[in-house]
Design a protein around this ligand. Structure first.
Ligand code: PRP
Ligand code: URA
Length: 206
């Protein structure tokens, strides 16, 4: 299975604070951003680098820089909560946006926006806090592939086994990075134990 559980005491600690229903939107947003930065370390661990000539104040040297372009793609809305944390680590990244929401009755994703940078060779990190049925992330990745982007990974905070299976089957080339794999989905396709509605908690629309 293409899934990496980013296992780190700081991430586990911060995620537990976010899950707590008494965590307010301000703290929720801050913790989400911090976890996104920490997870970026793992997501980029095996990325290719290239030699880069610089001059220190003392002499010339051959340093290292990331090879190629990077695009971060939040799935609106809740994915925006991860964006700044990833950008803090990769400030030269481009940013694309995909607008999707889950129909409350069918739980199927409904598309409403797609705005992407032109760099087709870029490594893409699709970001969204929740991978529940997997419908939204699978649809977002299909949209990206249809536009010509193919080097794609998915960063989420909490994943359900159902969602992981859907992505693995629909997009076996896509590596999933998650801070936790939770137990199951409830009858409304919410993750258990989960953290509730991520978009509402990020934006205070509860
Ligand atoms: C949430 C979440 C994911 C999606 C996950 O978004 O941010 O995009 O649900 O569910 P799935 O795996 O079953 O598709 P939501 O539809 O609530 O929209 P929002 O981000 O605008 O609140
Ligand atoms: N979307 C959320 O925000 N939370 C869930 O648990 C499932 C989908």
């Amino acid at each position: 299975m293409n899934v990496h559980v980013v296992d780190h005491p700081l991430i586990a600690h911060k995620l537990t604070m976010m899950r707590d229903k008494t965590c307010n939107s301000k703290n929720f947003r801050e913790l989400l951003g911090e976890i996104a930065s920490l997870m970026t370390y793992d997501v980029t661990k095996n990325w290719e680098t290239e030699p880069f000539e610089i001059e220190t104040p003392l002499e010339k040297m051959t340093g290292t820089r990331l090879k190629g372009e990077v695009t971060i793609i939040p799935i609106l809305r809740a994915g925006l909560g991860l964006l700044n944390g990833v950008l803090a680590m990769i400030p030269h990244a481009h940013v694309g946006h995909i607008g999707l929401y889950r129909d409350p009755e069918t739980h199927k994703p409904v598309e409403y926006y797609c705005g992407l940078p032109k760099q087709m060779d870029a490594k893409c990190i699709v970001v969204d806090p929740m991978l529940a049925t997997g419908g939204s992330a699978a649809a977002a990745i299909t949209m990206l592939k249809e536009k010509g982007l193919h080097n794609i990974c998915l960063m989420v905070l909490v994943a359900a086994p159902e969602g992981i299976k859907v992505i693995n089957e629909a997009h076996p080339d896509v590596e999933i990075y998650t801070a936790a794999v939770d137990r199951e989905l409830n009858e409304r396709a919410y993750i258990l134990p989960g953290l509730g509605d991520a978009g509402d908690r990020v934006f205070g629309t509860l």
